[in-house]
Design a protein around this ligand. Structure first.
Ligand SMILES: Cc1cc2nc3c(=O)[nH]c(=O)nc-3n(C[C@H](O)[C@H](O)[C@H](O)COP(=O)(O)OP(=O)(O)OC[C@H]3O[C@@H](n4cnc5c(N)ncnc54)[C@H](O)[C@@H]3O)c2cc1C
Length: 275
């Protein structure tokens, strides 16, 4: 168990077979995924900075070892974070949410069904990395592209969310009420004018393709209009063809794409229901 970020970076850089261990909920399933056995872990959860949540007027800074359950309690009622709270509070099941961390969720590289990743993308979040070569800050989207090929010894230390006058929502479709990975996800973050028209908007789609991504065509279509859930459904139906759903044991690819308009409607409803 490392006691500081420097100790963890050094221990990970020291051994080629070392793996960072946060909540362990992804790592514990490595044998099911037929991955090579893990021989040496560097535990991160006792590093104080990685467990902090700091909310200031300009940003929210979340340590990498903050769990899903803690995200829910720390961010409940924080304006703009409604979608992230829904994502953290509805992922997996209560036992997993007590252990699974935000850093582990973003670093689990071949995991397409993350709830936090599309939500953080829609909030324009950034991540901070520490490694033998120094520190780096980059947008979540760029990190997701790079995460499969990070050099040994690189740790994700924090997620930083800029604070703006936003409302956000997160809509997910699991096949059962709890415990399943979501078949598809739509996260939406919008800045609305006094007349309800969309001033700025991010719509992201998760679990449909290998990695979450922004649905810029739908964002363009919604911009400047009054945000209306049924209108969002119609516009999403016209733009859903840009996704190529991944086939999985839980659902075929075409089904993931087919449910997107309904999820766009639910995400818009969640945005409008926010404070
Ligand atoms: C039954 C079940 C249901 C689930 N359902 C959902 C769901 O509905 N939605 C969802 O989003 N997720 C779901 N998950 C996945 C879960 O969210 C992830 O397993 C979890 O977020 C991983 O976090 P962890 O802290 O346990 O990571 P770990 O298992 O400790 O680590 C995961 C990976 O990240 C690396 N890592 C961890 N922390 C860092 C760091 N700070 N820096 C660098 N590398 C790091 C590890 O080396 C490892 O490769 C489910 C999991 C289970 C077991």
């Amino acid at each position: 168990m490392a006691r500081s970020i420097d100790d963890a970076v050094a221990a990970l850089a020291d051994r080629a077979d070392a793996t960072a261990l946060a909540g362990g909920t992804w790592i514990m399933r490595a044998p099911i995924r037929r991955e090579p056995p893990i021989r040496f872990c560097v535990g991160l959860t006792r590093i104080p900075e990685l467990n902090a949540v700091d909310i200031s007027a300009s940003e929210i800074r979340i340590g990498a070892c903050v769990t899903h359950a803690r995200l829910v309690s720390a961010l409940a009622g924080v304006r703009g974070c409604e979608g992230l709270v829904t994502a953290a509070g509805s992922a997996a099941n209560p036992a997993v949410r007590q252990m699974a961390t935000i850093g582990g969720n973003l670093c689990a590289s071949a995991f397409p069904a993350s709830d936090l990743a599309p939500s953080l993308l829609s909030l324009d979040a950034e991540v901070e990395l520490s490694g033998p070569g120094g520190d780096e800050r980059l947008p979540v989207g760029r990190f997701l592209e790079r995460r499969g090929s990070l050099e040994p010894g690189i740790l994700l230390t924090a997620v930083v969310i800029p604070r703006r006058a936003l409302k956000s929502g997160h809509a997910r479709l699991p096949l059962r009420k709890a415990g399943d990975y979501p078949v598809a996800i739509v996260s939406m973050t919008a800045e609305l004018r006094g007349d309800g028209a969309v001033e700025d908007i991010r719509v992201t789609v998760g679990s449909v393709e290998a990695s979450p991504r922004r649905w810029t065509q739908l964002e363009q279509a919604l911009l400047g209009r009054r945000l209306d859930p049924n209108g969002a459904y119609d516009l999403a139906q016209a733009e859903a063809h840009i996704f190529t759903g991944r086939d999985g044991v839980d659902a075929p690819g075409w089904y993931r794409v087919q449910v997107l308009p309904a999820l766009a409607r639910r995400a818009a409803q969640a945005v409008l229901a926010g404070p």
